[in-house]
Write a protein that binds this ligand. Structure first.
Ligand code: THU
Length: 139
């Protein structure tokens, strides 16, 4: 695995320690690699009104976008699940919209990795192209 991806896994592991998970106790850490080489970390943050909870992946991408990042290469995610932790549906849509077809790297309890392209995780996605087509019709 590429050296930068190894680094990404280490950052995600460190971010997992910051998870605020008083309800699920399911700790998740994420690390997002921007095209310019910067890495943004994220953890999940749970709220007593559960639906307001944010996943580690979205914390990372929102941090990056808010810092002015526009182009991305890969995101790594880790949890204590002995299997691989795939992103939830909401994160798939947010990541595809904001980061594009990046590598999504999952790590299992044995330290094995599985990397999928985001379009493999969200095939037939809704996106800006759909919105643009209806705009043209209205003209
Ligand atoms: N969670 C993430 O942060 N990322 C994922 O990929 C899956 C789920 C969080 C949300 C919630 O805090 C907890 O895991 C249990 O769903």
């Amino acid at each position: 695995m590429r050296a930068r991806y190894q680094e990404l896994l280490q950052v995600a592991l460190r971010a997992k320690r910051k998870a605020h998970v008083p309800y699920s106790h399911f700790h998740v850490g994420a690390a997002l690699l921007a095209s310019n080489g910067h890495i943004y970390s994220g953890c999940n943050i749970e709220i007593s009104s559960y639906g307001l909870t944010i996943c580690a992946e979205r914390t990372a991408i929102f941090k990056a976008i808010s810092e002015g990042e526009k182009r991305f290469r890969a995101l790594a995610v880790v949890s204590d699940d002995p299997g691989f932790t795939p992103p939830c549906g909401a994160c798939r849509q947010v990541l595809l919209d904001l980061a594009g077809n990046i590598d999504f790297i999952m790590v299992n309890g044995k330290g094995r990795t599985k990397t999928l392209k985001l379009v493999e995780l969200l095939p037939h996605a809704f996106g800006n192209a759909n919105l643009q087509r209806t705009k043209k019709k209205r003209k």
